[in-house]
Design a protein around this ligand. Structure first.
Ligand SMILES: N[C@@H](CCC(=O)N[C@@H](CS)C(=O)NCC(=O)O)C(=O)O
Length: 205
């Protein structure tokens, strides 16, 4: 299998972490986002949305990071990251959708304005976008912090896809100036995720 990614792309990181945690046999292929490789026809044939990650498993091509996580877990016999019982699985799915719809877009805006734009030489942060995204992230991380006050992992009693999905954007923490300062439970959980081999192996060099 091939997993197209970029080391600075947190949406790709959750898929890379999942592959590492599962021991899935993926070949990692860097897409040169900075120079626009994602908008060239060969990559657009894989993903017309011009985004990483993309998984290629033979003739089967899959984009959207959370769908890739689910697929990798589904094809791994004996895996423990994605429960098979309906309610535990629905609980993990709830966090995956929350990540996709709410947390990741809000963190993306802060990360893009504060980190990626300067990297690309596209000027300084847009104050309006930063203010709106900062408010959204504050609300969302408060939900996470409260949820994590009484538990070690987001769903159930062990690491699941939910933790990998949600830790990935929060890894943008310091550089994107994510407002995590008041979230002691969240920070303790993030430190737990950051001890994982998959965190280290998916980090940008
Ligand atoms: N919802 C998508 C988001 C993917 C995404 O936005 N990827 C960014 C990197 S984090 C990207 O490839 N951007 C390149 C572009 O927009 O041209 C997913 O979760 O896979």
């Amino acid at each position: 299998m091939r997993l197209y990614y970029h080391p600075l792309a947190f949406n790709a990181r959750r898929a890379v972490m999942t592959a590492v945690e599962l021991g899935a046999p993926v070949e990692l292929i860097v897409v040169d986002l900075k120079n626009g490789e994602q908008r060239q026809p060969p990559f657009l044939r894989l993903n017309p949305n011009h985004r990483v990650p993309v998984l290629q498993d033979g003739e089967f091509v899959l984009w959207e990071s959370h769908a890739i996580m689910q697929y990798l877990a589904e094809i791994t016999p004996g895996q423990r990251l994605y429960p098979s019982q309906p309610q535990p699985r629905a609980d993990v799915n709830r966090w995956l959708f929350w990540s996709a719809y709410h947390l990741s877009p809000a963190v993306r805006d802060l990360n893009f304005e504060r980190v990626i734009k300067p990297l690309l030489g596209r000027g300084g942060p847009d104050a309006g976008i930063v203010a709106r995204a900062d408010l959204q992230v504050r609300e969302l991380v408060a939900v996470l912090d409260e949820h994590l006050a009484q538990r070690q992992w987001l769903s159930g009693t062990a690491l699941t896809l939910a933790d990998l999905a949600i830790a990935a954007p929060l890894g943008a923490g310091a550089e994107a100036e994510l407002p995590l300062g008041e979230c002691a439970h969240l920070r303790a959980w993030l430190e737990r995720v950051q001890t994982l081999d998959s965190w280290r192996r998916s980090a940008a060099a």
